[in-house]
Design a protein around this ligand. Sequence first.
Ligand code: ARG
Length: 462
Amino acid sequence: MANEMWGGRFSTGPDALMEEINASIDFDKRLAVQDIAASKAHCEMLAARGIISEQDAARIIDGLSAIASEIESGAFTFSRALEDIHMNVEARLAELIGDAAGRLHTARSRNDQVATDFRLYVRDAIDHIRGQIRSLMLSLAEKAERFADVIMPGFTHLQVAQPVTFGHHLLAWVEMLARDDGRFADARERLNESPLGAAALAGTSFPIDREMTARALGFNGPMRNSLDAVSDRDFVLETLAAAAICATHLSRVAEELVIWTTPQFDFIRLSDKFTTGSSIMPQKRNPDAAELMRAKSGRVIGALVTLLVVMKGLPLAYAKDMQEDKEPAFEALDTLSLTLEVMRGMIADMEPNAQAMRAAAAAGFSTATDLADWLVRALGMPFRKAHHVTGRLVALAENRGCDLPDLTLDDMRSVEPAISEDVYSVLGVENSVASRASHGGTAPDNVRAMARDWIERLKSAA
Ligand code: ARG
């Protein structure tokens, strides 16, 4: 049987394999809510412009509402023969209200329809994900305030570098997430224009009102070029790019959690809710959730690459290739959303082991830079020379098998005779972090102020 939507010039229906590659209903049924909202806006505009009668419009709107309830309750039967969500809804509308249903598709095409639906869907997804990012940021900022004084090693090359505070480290994550939030906000702003009324590619000869449909759907206005309106998928690409960067951040955070929960580090304890045991080794507490978050970034990055490749050679305007935008986007946005939720749960329950962190921070000559800075400040030494002298003091301590603060004054003077007792005031890790009060530095007072600032900003925006 030829297709009932466009079968006029066809004598037979599609091959089963054609349906297999062509039908998108299995995944684009997720656009049902947006598809119905856009159809209602279009229908009301057609009636307002006198393109269809008020009676037909009323029947169409009632029919669409009935379909929305059927879909919500699970009573709707989706058909692969009807290809996609647009034709599934329209065919059901015809069953429910008869001939008037055929008037809904006046002055539009599935090309502007799908572009509109997907923009609405991605816009909702962005709003949801931004809410999740911000609640994760709030959890982190609250922890940062609570643990502003807890000292831990800061690393470069994963080698102990200088002492920092745990709160400072958590606030670094907050900054990363704040940029993610900003990228999603930017993508949302550019996305928020309506393709509806671009029709197949060239616009329409009907006297439609694109401002009206744009406003009804919460868009800032109609897109300016009909060819661009049906062929643009930048809004998905930008959202996936923001998602990929965010997932990369979460993966880096997850990696730190994995490292910190090893018995060798023992910096944090994750709650039982987010760890698993081993079926053979009873002593184990594995950070499976963190490992999975680290790995899930692959799917999100993969989705971005998939769609870039789909789009890269496409001539204007619409091509069916673009149907392949949905599955990767759904998967990426679902995955990111799950990851953000799990991360928030893990962070909320995470407890630092302050003793182990402090001990690790004090090891590995982590206050060597403080010593060099003291030589510059107290003795007027050029920094390069101070670096060299400090290097010799580190070597001496290493030889003695002790830490820098454990060297006697005589030991120190054997390397640099001008060193005085005052040097010890900069050598402990507490002194070290307290002294780093420069803008953005790790001093506990800085961290407390910054954490409070974030908490206020996030709470007042919520
Ligand atoms: N299911 C299609 C998609 O997702 C809708 C647009 C189809 N348009 C067409 N001319 N075949 O892209």
